[in-house]
Design a protein around this ligand. Structure first.
Ligand SMILES: [Fe+2]
Ligand SMILES: [Fe+2]
Length: 178
C-alpha cells in the first residue's frame, strides 16, 4: 500500500462510499430475492440467511458513514433494488447451486473492488479503510462458504459466473458516477 504524498491525487472517498453502499444494498437485495424463492429450511437458505444478516450490517455501517459525511446515495438505488432482487430470484429458480454460484461470482468481484479501494486509500481515511478491510474479509468468507457448499457444481457455472461478474463490474462503474 502506498501512502499519500504531496502531489499525489487524493482518493475520492465520497465516490467510494457511494459505490460501496450501493454494493451492500445490492447484496441485501440479491439475498432477499434468493430467500424469497428457496425452501426455507434447505441448507443453502440457511447459509444465505446468515450471509444476508452480515450484508445488512455492512449496509447499516455505510449508511451511517454516508449520513455523517453528507454523501448522497447513488441515483441508481431504484435500479439496484429491482435488479438485485431479480438476480437473486432468477439464480435461485435455476437451482440451489446456481444461487451459491451467484454469491461466489459477486463476492469475487467485491473482493477485487475492495482490494482496489484499499490500495487507493493507502493510509488516508483509516476509519473507512478499517471498515472496508473488515467487510472484505466477510465477503471472502461468503465466497468460500458458497464454494464449499458446491457453487462450482452449478450447471453452466463458468458462463453463469462470468456473466454475473461482468454485471457486477458494470454496476460498480455506474454507481461510482451516478
Ligand atoms: Fe457485504
Ligand atoms: Fe457478502
Amino acid at each position: 500500500m502506498n501512502g499519500w504524498r504531496p502531489g499525489d491525487r487524493r482518493a475520492d472517498t465520497h465516490s467510494m462510499l457511494r459505490v460501496d453502499q450501493a454494493g451492500e444494498y445490492g447484496a441485501t437485495r440479491i439475498y432477499a430475492g434468493q430467500l424469497a424463492v428457496l425452501r426455507r429450511n434447505c441448507t443453502e437458505a440457511k447459509l444465505i440467511a446468515r450471509m444476508a444478516a452480515q450484508e445488512e450490517r455492512h449496509l447499516d455501517r455505510f449508511n451511517a458513514l454516508m449520513a455523517g459525511r453528507r454523501v448522497r446515495p447513488t441515483g441508481l438505488q431504484p435500479v439496484w433494488k429491482v435488479a438485485g432482487f431479480a438476480l437473486g430470484a432468477v439464480t435461485a429458480l435455476m437451482s440451489e447451486k446456481a444461487a451459491l454460484a451467484c454469491t461466489d461470482a459477486v463476492e469475487t468481484e467485491i473482493d477485487r473492488h475492495y482490494g482496489q479501494q484499499l490500495d487507493q486509500l493507502g493510509d488516508q481515511d483509516p476509519e473507512l479503510a478499517a471498515d472496508i478491510s473488515e467487510f472484505r474479509a466477510d465477503e471472502l468468507e461468503h465466497r468460500d462458504t458458497a464454494r464449499a457448499a458446491g457453487a462450482t457444481g452449478a450447471i453452466g457455472y463458468p458462463l453463469l459466473a462470468a456473466a454475473i461478474r461482468a454485471g457486477c463490474r458494470v454496476a460498480i462503474a455506474l454507481s461510482k458516477r451516478i
